[in-house]
Ligand binder design. Structure first.
Ligand code: NAP
Length: 250
């Protein structure tokens, strides 16, 4: 495919602030976007905005917790797009950690949204991309997946599963011509983190989207921190001995 051919891009979790910022960048290049999201009203607003910005847009509704609907939704997306150049999987929730400690139901719901739904979708998407032998699959993980911290280990362990699964998938698809990557943002100012006090380490969705756009365009399969300085921070965090980590209130 020539660089001037508009990209055909499938986005799951398309109403996420980070996904929307990515879609705006791709819209500027005239991309054909297939947006999948849970909330039809929000999705319609995002789709209309992206059309004005230059994209061709199709959309489909999916609550990713409805695992039995994944097959039909992915089939329809690939049928409509015909050729899929890029897939971005972006959905996620920041669960109430304390509630998840008390309620198995709440904990499993968080795992379903943040991990099980992702690996279910990735399995379906990967097989279709492998059959075609080209394209990029990008998944949004998190630095939170790099250590189990007492304050958010439910979210963190779901993201760890996503990262490890995606890394293995990248290896599986290496010889097929499909690139597979995990983008691990640090702190990003989005609706997910609206309750947090912001500081120096915080990035905007636009900054993260620029990184994702660049990685998707040219980078090899792999794990990428966003912004890149989080790589160094997480090297240091991974060096913290467990007995010290247990005492830290982070
Ligand atoms: N913000 C951060 O600091 C940060 C850091 C690291 C990683 N991340 C990851 O970045 C990704 C995007 O998050 P964001 O920061 O852009 O937050 P966001 O704007 O709150 O986006 C989260 C998205 O996930 C969707 N979603 C949640 N549950 C869903 C379900 N059951 N079915 C379908 N969609 C569902 C939401 O849909 P609705 O619009 O319908 O609610 C929303 O579009 C997530 O994977 C998140 O874990 C975020």
């Amino acid at each position: 495919m020539s660089d001037h051919t508009p990209k055909r891009i499938l986005i799951v979790g398309a109403t996420s602030a980070i996904a929307e910022a990515c879609a705006r960048l791709w819209a500027q290049d005239g991309a054909h976007l297939y947006l999948i999201a849970r909330n039809p009203q929000k999705l319609a607003l995002v789709a209309a905005d992206l059309q004005i910005r230059g994209a061709t847009v199709q959309q489909a509704q999916l609550d990713v917790d409805q695992l039995d609907q994944h097959g039909a939704v992915v089939d329809a997306a690939f049928l409509e797009l015909d050729r899929v150049d890029v897939v971005l999987v972006a959905h996620g929730v920041l669960p109430d950690q304390l509630l998840c400690e008390q309620s198995v139901t709440a904990m499993l719901e968080a795992m379903r949204t943040n991990a099980i739904s992702v690996v279910s979708l990735l399995t379906l998407i990967a097989n279709k991309m492998q059959a075609r032998g080209s394209g990029v699959i990008a998944v949004i993980g998190s630095v939170a997946g790099d250590r189990g911290r007492k304050s958010n280990y439910v979210y963190g362990s779901a993201k760890a599963m996503v990262a490890t699964f995606t890394e293995g998938l990248a290896g599986r698809l290496q010889s097929s011509g499909v690139r597979v990557m995990v983008i691990k943002p640090g702190f990003v100012d989005t609706p997910m983190t609206v309750a947090f006090k912001k500081g120096l380490l915080w990035a905007t969705p636009h900054t993260i989207a620029n990184i994702i756009q660049r990685r998707v365009a040219t980078a090899r399969s792999g794990i990428y921190y966003a912004p890149r300085f989080w790589w160094l921070i997480m090297v240091l965090v991974r060096c913290i001995p467990a007995r010290v980590l247990y005492r830290l209130n982070i």
